[in-house]
Ligand binder design. Structure first.
Ligand code: SAM
Ligand code: SF4
Length: 461
């Protein structure tokens, strides 16, 4: 049964009232956030809308503290893998739009292997499969075959250990098949929660059905998928409306299935072939985008936040401080893009951070972050409410930190040069003492020694 948990009037009234929030109300909300108390809808709306520089500075400060307290300085790395750009939908913002004159292709399994080999050579252990929607050219069986092909590949340095999937909303039966194939997170962006805007940018195809798209995670949950990632495409509608929509969606899933979003992505509209970005009247400026990201960090502290290479280097660097916990690196948004990087490009949209994975990872370390290639929770079955209770109990520090350090050590041995290994060693020395549990600390040191002295790999807690 399709249902809408998004009430346009309710959100619009919240946003209208928030315009007149008193300084007292905002200060109270900030105090609550600082003390890890849950905020009401009107308090979140007030933070989103405030234009007072003092309040905004406090929002960043608190978001930064929350980020540090819950996620430490770990940043989980991943890369997208585009497998097919056939699409029956007509989304006004996307170059895969059925009406766009575009070279269409779908990877063969040999090509999937070729792409994955290159991604593995960059050190990636976590991929996100991306595809347009086409039952004919890209049916669920094809996606399942891609997943199996990737999981079956074994390299000298291990394997791709987690395959997330970002494909169009589908049926409960298909979600069951994805679950059985061992997917990591099922990612789907609502694009916008504002139904009139949704209808105006989705011109044709199954995705045009707002409720079909909105209830996709309900069907996924009914099929047993308890690890889902939401997002909106900032630039389509009023960004404050969409930020509130994300929170209401998360609450709906928590209430109904006991588990909300595992991650929230914050993609911002980029130029793409077949569209003119200036035709979109709600583009979001950098300051607003940063503020929204920080408020989301405050509102849902235990939900991972993902930033892609849609954002430029400087913005990525900035938002890592205020909320982002997962980053893509070395990404290509084109089918077959990794193996034919230098030929005529044909991307879904133009990426803004086109540095290599190595340089992104290296810079993260220079800035004091620990790039993490950990995939342990998913492999240990710590998903859904099991993951949330781990995060909420604070035990995440005794699990994620050692796993981040062990996987970084692996990365440095398998893909780094001498300088990078030295950098890693300094980081290990500095960070290992921060593992609070003594038994886990000793185990981590033993494992790191095994990784450094031999060919043993893939340790995790
Ligand atoms: N086809 C599936 C769907 O639409 O849900 C999933 C994969 S699609 C390749 C991934 C996402 O790319 C979309 O959800 C959309 O938000 C985003 N996207 C499309 N065009 C974009 C653009 N011009 N700039 C930034 N992101 C874009
Ligand atoms: Fe197709 Fe997804 Fe692009 Fe829409 S956003 S045209 S569904 S690939």
């Amino acid at each position: 049964m399709s249902e809408s948990f998004i009430n346009i009037d309710y959100i619009e009234n919240l946003l209208e009232d928030a315009k007149h929030s008193s300084d007292e109300l905002i200060s109270k909300a900030l105090k609550k956030a600082e003390n890890s108390e849950a905020l009401s809808h009107s308090e979140v709306a007030a933070l989103l809308l405030t234009e007072n520089p003092l309040h905004i500075a406090r929002i960043f400060e608190i978001a930064g503290k929350i980020k540090k307290r819950i996620y430490g300085n770990r940043i989980v790395m991943f890369a997208p893998l585009y497998v097919s750009n056939f699409c029956v939908n007509r989304c006004a913002y996307c170059s895969f739009n059925h009406g766009n004159d575009f070279i269409r292709s779908r990877l063969t399994m040999d090509e999937v292997r070729e792409e994955v080999k290159i991604l593995e050579m960059m050190g990636h252990k976590r991929l996100a499969i991306e595809a347009g929607e086409s039952d004919k050219e890209c049916p669920i069986d094809y996606i399942l075959e891609c997943i199996k092909t990737i999981y079956d590949m074994k390299f000298e340095n291990g394997a791709i250990r987690r395959v997330n999937v970002n494909i169009a909303a589908t049926t409960t039966d298909n979600y069951r098949k994805l679950k059985d194939a061992g997917i990591g997170t099922y990612i789907l962006f609502q694009e916008t929660y504002h139904e009139p805007t949704y209808n105006s940018v989705h011109h044709a195809g199954p995705k045009k059905d707002f409720l079909w798209h909105l209830n996709a995670f309900d069907r996924a949950a009914e099929a047993g998928i308890d690890d889902v990632g939401g997002g909106v495409l900032f630039g389509l509608a009023n960004p404050y409306f969409d930020a509130m929509g994300l929170l209401l969606h998360n609450e709906h899933l928590e209430k109904k299935f006991n588990t909300g979003f595992h991650t929230i992505s914050v993609p911002r509209l980029c130029p793409a072939s077949g569209m003119n970005i200036n035709d979109f009247p709600n583009l979001v400026d950098d300051d607003t985008f940063s503020k929204i990201t920080a408020v989301l960090r405050i509102a849902v502290p235990f939900t991972g936040m993902i930033l892609s290479t849609r954002e430029e280097h400087d913005m990525r660097k900035k938002l890592l401080q205020y909320g982002i916990s997962q980053l893509s690196a070395g990404s290509c948004t084109e089918v077959g893009g990794y193996s034919k990087r230098n030929n005529k490009p044909n991307p879904q949209f133009i990426v803004n951070d086109d540095r290599s994975a190595t340089s992104i990872i290296s810079e993260l370390m220079d800035d004091g972050y620990i790039p993490s290639f950990c995939t342990a929770c998913y492999r240990e079955g710590r998903t859904g409410d099991r993951f949330m209770s781990l995060a909420k109990s604070g035990q995440i520090g005794n699990v994620c930190l050692p796993n981040a350090l062990m996987t970084l050590c692996e990365y440095s041995m398998d893909y780094g040069d001498d300088t990078f290994r030295q950098k890693t060693n300094s980081m290990l020395e500095k960070e290992i003492p921060h593992i609070a549990n003594e038994t886990i600390r000793i185990k981590t040191m033993e494992n790191i020694e095994k990784i450094q002295s031999g060919n043993e790999r893939d340790f995790y807690i």
